[in-house]
Design a protein around this ligand. Structure first.
Ligand SMILES: [Fe+2]
Ligand SMILES: [Fe+2]
Length: 478
């Protein structure tokens, strides 16, 4: 596939050979653009952004860089190439051929899985739509928009599956994806983390660090699916997702680095007095976004999860590795955790059949990955001579879904009294005062190439080996 494609919708699924599907998607396209103009990034649609565009799945083809106005971005449909004779490699049907069509008996489940994943893509664009006004640099502004257009492409990837494999109800679901709105009480997005407002850049970086990382694990689990088109779509989405996670991890890391520098500058080690973001506030935002993202994995003990695994719809992260998972059936094996008993009076060790605990298993892989990032952040603090450390709270803390929902559990994972919890809540989770402080700190954008807001350190290097002071966004005269 050439870079300059004459096709309306760039793709590697041979769209032109299926006139009906092509027409359906070409009808959906203007509705997508209407949605983008209404709910996509507010205020920067005419500017030239230095973006990467996927134009093919070949090496190099998925990352073409150049200046683009966002509404002219070429959202395409790309699947990683099919593997010959792929077979199902986990659950009850190991060894059977993977599916190229949706089996009737799993249609409902697969549609639900795809719609739920799809819904998160436009939702995050909606959540982030006003952040451009307070970007700490052109580099960061560009990264925000890169994430936004790629979430748009991920929506395309899922809509392609709905249109090609789910007939009329798939087309209806595709329309509904453009109708729901993040945070709208009447037609909210499906998952709660995607209805939370995002008004400042610390939240944006925490979101791309923690919530997009949930996306990585969900996509990774679906990349194992017996439904081959879903596996191939999500596999390709993961290549783009890596950048979103990079934006999040390094974004939080750069804030921490700057905070450490400002602490060293201040006679009382007070970053706030030097116009930075204090570490305790950063910790509260990490506590909030990490715990909110944990909920996205679903309940610890889940019959849906067991069904998805046994039927081969959704595996574990890296399921195809025998080293990681010597047992791809998990019959009669157990998963242990501390569960609340006696109406939440205390926690006690309990065993759940592994298949029913697949959400928890996936969540554990995620937690390990988050811990690796936290270790890097702590290295930054250490290198700058700061003795305080960032900590991931317990998986049990601040949960709204699953075994620990609404229980008074402290960040260390201990069940405490409701009174003790409420008394300390403001030191564990963001408060209105924190939000107001960030708002006042981030009240104007930085638009000069190479300049950064005082509360964040510059990145080590620019995008695509370009200098940090490259003009990542070219503004149209206002
Ligand atoms: Fe995405
Ligand atoms: Fe993402």
């Amino acid at each position: 596939m050439s870079f300059i494609s004459s096709e309306k919708i760039p793709n590697n699924v041979n769209l032109s050979s299926d006139r009906k599907l092509q027409r359906a998607l070409e009808e959906w396209q203007p509705n997508f653009l209407d949605w983008w103009m209404e709910m996509g990034p507010d205020g920067f649609q005419k500017d030239q952004i230095y973006l990467r565009t996927a134009v093919s799945v070949d090496e190099g083809g998925w990352a073409n860089f150049g200046y683009v106005r966002m509404p002219e971005y070429r959202w395409g449909i790309f699947l990683t190439p099919a593997e010959a004779n792929r077979t199902i490699h986990f659950g009850d049907n190991i060894g059977a051929p993977a599916w190229n069509e949706v089996p009737g008996e799993y249609r409902k489940e697969l549609r639900r899985i795809i719609v739920t994943q799809a819904d998160t893509e436009p939702a995050s664009v909606e959540q982030q739509r006003r952040l451009g006004y307070t970007a700490p640099s052109l580099y960061d502004l560009r990264n925000l928009f890169q994430v936004n257009v790629e979430e748009g492409r991920h929506l395309w990837a899922m809509v392609y599956l709905l249109h090609s494999f789910f007939g009329k109800d798939g087309r209806e679901e595709a329309e509904d994806l453009l109708k729901r709105r993040s945070g709208n009480p009447d037609s909210p997005r499906i998952l709660e983390a995607f209805n939370k407002p995002m008004e400042d850049w610390l939240s944006f970086f925490c979101f791309t660090m923690f919530t997009d990382r949930d996306g990585k694990y969900q996509l990774g689990a679906l990349a194992e699916s017996a439904f081959d088109p879903l596996a191939r779509s999500t596999r390709f989405m993961l290549t783009e997702e890596a950048h979103h996670l990079f934006v999040g991890e390094t974004g939080v890391g750069r804030i921490i680095e700057r905070t450490a520098q400002l602490m060293k500058k201040d006679p009382n080690e007070d970053a706030r007095a030097q116009g930075g973001i204090p570490l305790d506030l950063i910790q509260r935002y990490i506590n909030y976004w990490y715990s909110t993202s944990l909920d996205l994995f679903g309940g610890e003990d889940s019959s849906n999860a067991a069904t998805y695994f046994s039927q081969g719809l959704k595996g574990r992260f890296g399921e195809s590795s025998d080293k990681r998972y010597p047992n791809h059936r998990e019959i009669d094996t157990i998963y242990e955790l501390e569960a609340p008993v006696e109406g939440g009076a205390r926690l006690e060790k309990q065993a759940i059949p592994t298949r029913r605990a697949m959400n928890a298993v996936l969540r554990d892989s995620y937690t390990q990955d988050c811990q690796r990032a936290v270790d890097r952040w702590n290295k930054i603090l250490q290198d700058n001579g700061v003795k305080v450390e960032i900590r991931l709270p317990s998986q049990r803390f601040n949960r709204e879904i699953g075994l620990y929902a609404d229980l008074p559990i402290d960040p260390a994972g201990n069940l405490i009294s409701r009174e003790a919890f409420n008394a300390q809540k403001a030191s564990w989770l963001p408060s209105e005062a924190d939000r107001q402080f960030l708002k006042s700190l981030m009240n104007k954008p930085v638009h000069e190439p190479g300049k950064f807001a005082n509360w964040i350190a510059p990145p080590k290097r620019g995008i695509e080996n370009l200098p940090v002071d490259f003009e990542y966004v070219r503004f149209e005269p206002r």
